[in-house]
Ligand binder design. Structure first.
Ligand SMILES: [Zn+2]
Length: 114
């Protein structure tokens, strides 16, 4: 069936594009390594200990704007593709590839760190 698939693809995209961002303060950020302070995917997840950290919030909100442009699912492909590209083809460690990929640099710029 095409219908449910279309809804699954379109709803998150419409949500990040047109609905005010929802920020959830959680004990542990889902689908992320332990200790990860925040994540922006369709919703913004911020670990409770980091509540009030404006830079982190702005960083994660920027990831939602990125998803509003390319859609959350394509964002995932491009985001992890960029990290793997840096790791496999530019000789960076995974950590360095993550920190220097375009999406992270853009989020850091938007959050106010050069
Ligand atoms: Zn980020």
């Amino acid at each position: 069936m095409v219908g449910p698939l279309l809804v699954l693809i379109l709803l998150p995209w419409l949500f990040v594009a047109f609905v005010k961002p929802v920020v959830l303060y959680v004990d542990r950020v889902p689908f992320a390594p332990r200790g990860c302070p925040g994540m922006g995917f369709v919703f913004v997840f911020i670990q409770k200990d980091y509540k009030g950290q404006e830079h982190l919030l702005k960083h994660e909100l920027r990831h939602l704007r990125q998803q509003a442009v390319v859609s959350p699912w394509l964002f995932l492909v491009l985001y992890f593709g960029a990290i793997l590209w840096g790791h496999w083809f530019q000789g960076k460690s995974l950590s360095e590839a993550y920190q220097t990929c375009w999406f992270e640099r853009d989020a850091e710029r938007a959050a106010g760190k050069a």
